[in-house]
Design a protein. Structure first.
Lengths: 233, 233, 233
């Protein structure tokens, strides 16, 4: 499953036509994390290691992709499934969705999900989830920043599409530059972050799509994007 | 008081029977921080230093303990008392509870409480509290992540016990490993955090309680924990 | 505009009478960020560089000022205008206010605003704003920590003044020490943060206003501040 997700995430990643990735699921569960049979004593530590390394690889891959990745959650997201939601750029959830890290119930603390949760939620909320395994409601997930939008179940498709269409109206190359820069500067102190981003703003302006956008705005017309990393003529 | 709190926190800490610590108070005030007489000019800078160092020691001790520490707040938590709430792993508050850092009123900025607040609250909320000394309501504290749950006063005991009982259903050794790992990885960059936690997951699986939990889940029975750090047989 | 804002922020900064700075605007827009004509191809990269460097300088200056800086927002704050709100110490907004980073619409990703947003908002909320350009309502901004208070439009002046008057009741030197310390410790690990602030608490107590405040409290009278960095007699 992790391999298949990784392949899907990377599929056609350089195509100009790929502009946004939506991760969704069929049925009442968004994702319930690892297959416990893979983690049982029938497999050795070397195999367990491989599973968790691949998992971390897929989770961190999401931030490295040049397009926004949206989690569209309609149901229960637990353990590594909750980590997957926390690892996406944007997360839209239906009101019935729930989020939990119940590893403690089976003697396997959700330590890897804790990496993503600890960076998406206030510490106390993350620790209560990790220590008790009890679920967060969709509204609580919104209040605490695990998801960025909550809508009634019958509006989930519409809202996800609204966000996606909005993203598709922008230049792919500008979004790619912006996403990579955002994650890069977030690991830096304030002064370094501003040094990096001030230079990126200047570089962004040298892109054909950077100048096209500003010219179109001044001329009060719709921009026509090249979606390429070409410099302006 | 700080010494007594430190001793209480460390009391029987290695006992298998100690599974969770709840910090609560009698009366309308949860904790109002330092005794100002200890900070007056009757004592010298050396004594003041000792007080603040001990305070920081107690606050950071909480994260190092092998069991979850819950603040059960029913009333006013101010200054180092507010810092104490912010320093716990989990905080449950009654609706009437309030949280403030009013040091500015007495010419002593809550700089040490600011360490815990700045890591528990959005920066603007923390600064408004620190600059004005005005209290946050329980609901505001919940919205901003200073506490993880707010309930009516007559449900405070019940809710705290519910969380505690949930915690007591898990393996002590697994929780201890999980708590230590959570705080450890939170100080690292994303890649290092995943390296650390992927290895911890593998180690967790070698614990007797790690394999017992998974086997019990697959066999659809209740797990029987050893609560020890024994490796699986 | 940036130069004028910088001059205004620094105006009379050492005066004892300057105790708080409020940044507000006339009309329906709080601030809409850069003048796009300055960023068009009519200007060269060197000029663009200068603009973004000055912008970062002004944004980071706010944290360095010895008095609290309040954004009083009544309307739309976009792009670098949204960054300005995020960069203030405190932000009070009217209910009709909105916050957006719509750079993607004109092919110029809000990378510099992203520095301030990424440090004020949960990551998913910041990224949805940056990727879609869609506005956050005042209530959403409050829930997610971008502003610290939201009030009806006709109470905005009153609320901002209430906060300001509260600030003016404190010692300028104590607030200055507290503000500088808060930002300084926030970039450190927990142990270092406590080492720094424990020492600052001791230093704070040696200030004339530090001892005056505590004495006044013990004597149950109003403190009389010197607002100076004088040591106690």
């Amino acid at each position: 499953m992790l391999q298949s997700l990784q392949e899907d995430l990377l599929h056609d990643i350089k195509s100009k036509d790929l502009r946004v990735i939506i991760i969704s699921a069929e049925g009442p569960v968004f994702c319930s994390g690892h297959d416990l049979k893979e983690l049982s004593s029938e497999e050795d530590a070397k195999h367990h290691s491989k599973v968790f390394e691949l998992c971390a690889e897929v989770m961190t891959l999401i931030q490295k992709l040049p397009v926004p990745v949206i989690a569209k959650v309609n149901g229960l997201a637990t353990a590594a499934g909750c980590q997957l939601v926390a690892s996406c750029d944007i997360a839209v959830a239906s009101e019935k969705s729930q989020f939990a890290t119940p590893g403690v119930n089976i003697g396997l603390f959700c330590s890897t999900p804790g990496v993503a949760l600890g960076r998406s939620l206030p510490r106390k909320v993350a620790l209560e989830m990790l220590f008790t395994g009890e679920p967060l409601s969709a509204q609580e997930a919104l209040m605490h920043g695990l998801v960025s939008k909550v809508v009634p179940e019958d509006k989930l498709e519409e809202e996800t599409m609204k966000i996606s269409h909005k993203i598709c109206k922008s230049s792919k190359s500008v979004l790619a530059l912006g996403k990579a820069t955002f994650y890069r500067q977030m690991t830096q102190d304030l002064d370094t972050a501003y040094k990096i981003t001030a230079q990126v703003m200047v570089d962004n302006l040298t892109l054909r799509d950077g100048q096209e956008g500003i010219e179109a705005f001044i001329q009060k017309r719709k921009p026509v994007w090249s979606h390429s990393l070409d410099q302006k003529k």
